[in-house]
Design a protein around this ligand. Structure first.
Ligand code: COA
Length: 288
């Protein structure tokens, strides 16, 4: 499925995988310009089952895993944008038709597989921005919550309606939602299965910004380009420290930060970033 053949551009630019249910394409790099040249690559990953509103079946999770594997092998990747194909959905949930015949042990395995793959989005060494272009329900909302941060179209709809089907969120949703918005609000949303719009998601802190529907990908791409113009080792360490530090006491979290700060002092990018500032020129980062 994946055939990484080498090419070179600021690192090892590999051929992206072709999978059945997840599209993967590289966004064009901006020309370096004063102070803000995009230097890492940006990859748009699109959940691609539009006739089923991108419902998440085992194949889609496996394909997403394949894509993540490939992106982790490509040291040029600075940012991944995750969105849904079609005009209606990011993902309208775990695939109900696929879940209907599952026995208890199969349901448990499906949950564990989804959790494992979604959690990888939090641990990959590049930024992951979710562009929520429509329904993000159930597993779709859980997948969105596993992204580093979210922008939403003004047509987006969020919710954890699993109780309507006699189950609960199983891809990490109970835990990520309560950590994101507080346990009482998460309880209310999960117990009622309410579906809510982008403005409410913004108010709750689920999304960072709401854009007109047609502008979503342009706006997200712009943010991705800004991230890609920075030192990607620094962004990767920042991501790691923010995550690992969030669930431990402050003094331990600060120690994790100090260690990462020290690691970055040993990199070419740190030397280049500071030298470029002193020389009053844009930095040219290499990711080393
Ligand atoms: N699992 C499997 N198939 C799904 C799906 C899901 N979670 N969500 C949508 N689909 C399928 C529909 O079955 C339909 O397929 P069909 O054309 O073969 O019948 C297709 O996607 C389009 O969905 P449809 O319901 O016709 O679109 P709509 O605009 O009328 O309604 C929703 C959109 C999102 C409100 C509705 O599809 C829905 O409620 N989906 C389930 C949401 C959910 O409970 N998610 C949590 C799952 S744990």
């Amino acid at each position: 499925m994946t055939s990484p053949s080498a090419a070179s551009h600021q690192g090892s630019l590999l051929t992206l995988p072709v999978t059945e249910t997840v599209l993967c394409e590289r966004e064009p790099l901006a020309e370096p310009q004063s102070g803000a040249g995009a230097q890492g690559s940006i990859v748009r990953v699109t959940l691609n089952r539009p006739d089923k509103l991108n419902a998440i079946n085992p194949q889609l999770i496996a394909d997403l895993n394949t894509v993540i594997d490939a992106l982790c092998m490509d040291s040029s990747v600075a940012c991944m944008i995750l969105t849904g194909a079609g005009d209606k959905a990011f993902a309208a949930g775990a695939d109900i038709a696929a879940m209907l015949p599952m026995r208890a042990d199969e349901g448990r395995a499906f949950s564990a597989f989804g959790q494992r793959v979604f959690t990888r989005l939090e641990t990959v060494p590049f930024a992951v921005i979710g562009a929520v272009n429509g329904f993000a329900l159930g597993g779709g909302c859980e997948l969105a919550l596993a992204c580093d941060f979210l922008y939403a179209s003004d047509k987006a709809k969020f919710g954890q309606p699993e109780v309507t089907l006699g189950v609960i969120p199983g891809f990490g949703g109970t835990q990520r939602l309560s950590r994101r918005i507080g346990i009482a609000r998460a309880r209310e949303l999960c117990f009622t299965g309410s579906v809510f719009g982008a403005d409410e998601a913004l108010r709750l802190g689920i999304v960072n910004a709401v854009t007109p529907h047609a502008e979503l990908l342009t706006r997200v791409s712009h943010v991705a380009k800004t991230i890609a113009s920075k030192g990607r080792l620094a962004v990767a360490q920042c991501k790691r420290v923010l995550r690992t530090g969030s669930d431990v006491p402050l003094d331990i979290a600060n120690e994790i930060e100090t260690q990462a700060f020290g690691v970055l002092f040993g990199t070419d990018d740190r030397a280049e970033g500071m030298k470029a500032f002193i020389e009053k020129r844009p930095p040219v980062f290499t990711g080393t």
